[in-house]
Design a protein around this ligand. Structure first.
Ligand code: NAD
Length: 492
């Protein structure tokens, strides 16, 4: 704990002294309007930094810089681009411990889960760095009369808009493939967590990424974010955030025919059948909703448990949730830190009344928590006695809040699991492999894990169905988004 605090001290002092500006064309610049906003720690409300508040003028400067830098970045030999992206990964790794503590202080996420976030971010850069040479790959499909060749070209300057949960890792997940594809980027990070996004663009510059290739404009969604989605020079928007924001972005981008890729909300089911390894299932259920403060798009926020084992399973689950340790995010013993913002705390807490009004039972938690620093802490909460129609079984709470719904049989489980507007992930626990595959096939979700919690493998497709998203990231899927496919036909 003390080592993390000692590490944070000087980092916070320089952050406070220097503030956070935009980084446009390789230069740190204030907002064109001169306006700023404050970013505060969810631990105790301390002002961490004064941040440039971007508007359409700042976005225009950044989009112009990204357009100017595009041709040289697109035409850079793949081997050279690969080397530069590996250098970014090296720079991230060298600062991994700093990134972890800053992320904890800016977002409230517990250090035990954040310690590896920068390492995962560096892996994102390495994975896509190694794919640079394949980015332009296409197909040869000769016909009797023509040599038919398809190839890919980067789409142009793109916008990346990211949310506040695990912001550093998530930003690299979008920015690394865009850069590897040969696109230049304007990044608009979440206004509630701007600190590590600022570090990322500075590390990229230090690693030798040319000026204008990665630009960061801070500010609010309705101002800077909106302007980015409307800018004619920006050819595509990679967005991670709420489903309602995705709809707004689609409308905003329509006049300029923006290509969009959306990773949105979820209300993901974990289905536990009575023939499952119940101890392993229990570990996974606890981990997938109560780690990362439950502020995780892939969290399993609905537990569907078979009636025949529900009583015993819920009893053990109750004990586990009661034992979770809420505390200061820099304390390695802490499992749940403060939620990102007072507005988000209020949203999560509003579901305690919703649960009661719906007629469900709050078996554990259900109140704000009095944690160190007086920040936005909440008790880990377990809701039982729910049915599939209740709001606590339908709406994304995005906190350490689990709703339990018992089911009778396989058909019942599938109907409940699919009976929501979302379709991001699903988790199935059973000893019957035939059933596991049948249920996986029937689930309306983009990603399904059988007898496993969520483990990312970078070549696999990542994304959601229904209101959980449009498009896939990962492996070659990312290049499909950031590149145009071009067909060339030569008469024989
Ligand atoms: P949010 O939609 O409120 O904000 C996300 C980003 O969009 C922020 O940078 C914000 O400034 C910007 N924004 C807001 N309004 C905008 C507008 N009109 N135009 C352009 N940009 C705008 O989301 P959040 O509250 O920051 O994040 C939590 C949400 O993100 C949850 O719903 C969660 O499920 C989702 N999420 C999804 C994934 C995934 O992979 N599917 C991953 C992480 C988070």
């Amino acid at each position: 704990f003390q080592a993390n605090r000692d590490r944070a001290g000087p980092l916070l002092a320089s952050l406070k002294a220097e503030g956070i500006g935009h980084v446009i064309d390789g230069k740190i610049v204030p907002a064109a309007s001169g306006q700023t906003f404050e970013t505060r720690s969810p631990i105790d409300g301390t002002v961490l930094a004064t941040v440039a508040r971007g508007n359409a003028e700042d976005i225009d400067r950044a989009a112009t810089a990204a357009s100017k830098a595009f041709k040289a970045w697109r035409d850079m030999p793949a081997a050279q681009r690969r080397k530069l992206l590996h250098r970014v990964a090296d720079a991230i790794e060298a600062r991994a411990d700093d990134i972890a503590v800053l992320e904890c202080i800016d977002t409230g996420q517990a250090h035990r889960f954040m310690a590896k976030a920068a390492i995962r971010a560096a892996e994102n850069f390495r994975f896509f760095a190694d794919k640079c040479g394949e980015a332009r790959d296409g197909l040869n499909t000769p016909s009797d009369e023509h040599w038919n060749i398809s190839t890919r070209v980067p789409i142009g300057p793109v916008g990346v808009i990211t949310p506040w949960n695990t912001p550093f890792m998530l930003s690299t997940w979008k920015i690394a493939p865009a850069l590897a594809a040969g696109c230049t980027v304007v990044h608009k990070p979440a206004e509630w967590s701007p600190v590590t996004a600022d570090l990322l663009v500075k590390l990229a510059k230090q690693a030798g990424i040319p000026d204008g290739v990665l630009n960061t404009v801070h500010g609010f969604g309705e101002e800077a974010g909106k302007a980015l989605t409307e800018h004619p020079a920006i050819k595509a928007i990679g967005f991670v955030g709420e489903s309602a924001t995705g709809s707004a972005i689609m409308a905003q981008g329509a006049p300029t025919l923006k290509r969009v890729h959306f990773e949105l909300g979820g209300k993901n089911p974990v289905i536990v059948f009575d023939d499952a390894d119940l101890d392993r299932a229990l570990d996974a259920v606890v981990f997938m909703i109560y780690s990362l403060n439950g502020e995780r798009c892939t969290s399993s926020s609905r537990l569907l448990v078979q009636e025949s084992v529900a009583g015993k399973f819920i009893e053990k689950l109750t004990q586990r949730v009661k034992a979770l340790k809420v505390g200061h995010p820099l304390d390695p013993a802490t499992e749940i830190g403060p939620l990102i913002h007072e507005r988000h705390l209020a949203k999560v807490c509003s579901y305690f009344d919703v649960a009661k009004k719906d007629g469900a039972t709050i078996a554990v938690g259900g109140k704000p928590h009095d944690g160190p620093g007086g920040g936005h802490y909440v008790q880990p909460t377990l809701v039982t006695g729910a049915n599939a129609k209740m709001r606590v079984a339908q709406e994304e709470v995005f906190g350490p809040f689990l709703t339990v719904i018992p089911f009778k049989d396989e058909a019942d489980a599938i109907e409940i699991a699919n009976g929501v507007q979302y379709g991001l992930t699903g988790y199935v626990w059973t000893g019957d492999m035939g059933r596991a595959l049948r249920v996986a096939d029937a689930l309306e979700a983009g990603m399904i894990w059988l007898n496993s919690e969520n483990v990312r493998h970078l070549p696999t497709p990542f994304g959601g169905m229904k209101s959980s998203g449009i498009g896939r990231d990962g492996g070659d899927y990312s290049f499909d988004f950031y590149m145009e496919t071009k067909h060339v036909s030569l008469a024989r």
